[in-house]
Design a protein around this ligand. Structure first.
Ligand code: SF4
Length: 458
């Protein structure tokens, strides 16, 4: 089945599943309330904060190659090895080389979208390496043999009772749907994993060029344990994650926490400047940063798409999107869902298979209005549609429909005829449609806009 057909089938299934929609609505409503409160409590002027962040990110994009080199030079000087991966295959190869060198059999991993992008878990399974997710949401979806549902809250679609049953069957835990007890079960399970793993794998929310540091923000402390308990730390980082200076965090950390989870600041914010240094009592003995390109340079070279590389993966555009709220995260079948996913997936994975995602939008621009770094997301969806059309990746009926629409709309006489014809067709077909279909079609106004306009002029 093609990705397009799969997407359409899943969309129908999920949009009709009221139970599923209620769960998502509940989760996102809670998020909306918290974000609204935090925006006004924490920022004197939210719009100015967005503009300031966008300005810093624009500077980063204009100077990306030199900032990345500066990051490499600074962090390497304290013993971290930096590897540049042009694509998924290179990133995977680097990791397997590191794992082989350290005879690694077990890996603990904290939440990282870049590792999802390069199919890290599948890589480990295929190479006989056990990998355990340490973020609670990621652990839940891993135990359920599922993919993350949302880039920030991967198990948003699971109720507490579903998680209780999962822990009971997969971890042999006693039956419960109490959130605190469930957290303690996961915590107990993970403690042993941290200390018995050979490698800890993380992502990074930011990399700081002038200071050569990785920044990780999280709420469970699992990222910090993942990075510091095993003897080797490997971080996979997209090349766009740069900010110039440490002081920029004073804007980006609250911005990300507010847009991501409606918090003032996330619970744990770590600045990692390298492996354990002489005289330090903890931290990994070796550290690697794998800088992942995987299609980003191509986006960088397309002027109008370049701003999408400012994304800080807060997930706000997913929560604001009426399409995501209706069809849910798994329908997209990609690591990045919602509006951000619909912009970058066709670019990363090719228009051939993925252009349909750019059409999964009403272009209401809710995504653009909530984006904390002011990315013109809905306009980029249109750019994708244009590119798909140019490459002839839109389907025949869609193209024919658009051509006919343009032909009709470009002539007043044709438009009048079609409007009149449309009214007759409506009256003819409505009575023979089933009641459920009739309910979905809006009532026809008694007068057309043209008639109302003519009456108004008289
Ligand atoms: S595009 Fe904007 S709103 Fe969407 S995830 Fe990225 S930063 Fe957040």
């Amino acid at each position: 089945m093609s990705e397009n057909s799969r997407f359409l089938n899943q969309s129908q299934l999920f949009s009709r599943d009221e139970n599923h929609r209620l769960k998502i609505l509940k989760a996102i409503s809670t998020y909306d309330d918290q974000v609204d409160r935090m925006k006004s409590d924490q920022f004197i002027d939210w719009q100015q904060a967005r503009l300031a962040a966008a300005k810093i990110k624009k500077y980063v994009l204009n100077n990306l190659p030199s900032l990345l080199e500066e990051f490499e030079e600074k962090i390497s000087s304290r013993g971290t090895k930096v590897l540049w991966a042009r694509n998924k295959e290179e990133a995977q190869k680097y990791f397997i080389d590191i794992a082989t060198q350290h005879q690694a059999k077990k890996v603990v991993k904290s939440k990282s979208m870049t590792t999802e992008e390069i199919e890290f878990n599948e890589l480990c399974q295929n190479n006989g390496i056990e990998v355990v997710e340490s973020d609670l949401g990621e652990l839940i979806v891993q135990l359920a043999n599922e993919k993350p549902y949302h880039i920030v809250t991967p198990a948003m679609h699971k109720s507490k009772s579903e998680i209780g049953k999962l822990f009971q069957t997969r971890l042999g835990a006693p039956s419960t749907d109490d959130a605190e007890l469930l957290t303690m079960i996961a915590r107990e399970h993970l403690r042993q994993i941290y200390i018995s793993s050979d490698i800890g794998v993380t992502g990074a929310n930011f990399i700081v060029a002038h200071d050569g540091a990785l920044v990780m923000t999280e709420n469970e402390g699992n990222g910090r344990l993942t990075m510091s308990c095993p003897p080797v730390h490997v971080a996979f980082v997209g090349i766009e994650k740069v900010i110039p200076r440490l002081m920029d965090l004073s804007l980006f950390l609250p911005l990300l926490a507010t847009s991501g989870t409606g918090q003032q600041i996330t619970g744990y914010n770590s600045i990692i400047r390298g492996p354990r240094q002489r005289g330090e009592i903890d931290g990994p003995e070796e550290m690697y940063v794998i800088l992942v390109d995987n299609g980003r340079s191509e986006l960088y070279n397309k002027d109008h798409f370049r701003p999408i590389l400012s994304c800080i993966r807060c997930g706000a555009c997913l929560n604001a999107c009426p399409v995501y709220r209706t069809i849910g995260g798994h329908t997209y079948h990609t690591p990045y869902q919602g509006p951000i996913g619909s912009v970058i997936t066709p670019q990363f994975r090719g228009m051939e298979e993925w252009s349909h995602l750019s059409f999964a939008s009403s272009l209401c621009a809710s995504c653009t209005s909530v984006c904390p770094v002011n990315i013109n997301i809905h306009e980029l969806l249109l750019e994708n549609r244009w590119e798909a059309h140019q490459k002839k990746k839109t389907d025949f009926t869609w193209n024919l429909g658009l051509k006919m629409w343009a032909w009709i709309m470009s002539d007043r006489f044709r438009l009048n005829i079609v409007s009149k014809l449309g009214r007759h067709i409506y009256r003819l077909f409505m009575p023979i449609l089933s009641q459920s279909k009739r309910k979905r079609i809006p009532d026809l106004p008694s007068k057309s806009f043209k008639d109302m306009w003519n009456n108004y002029e008289q």
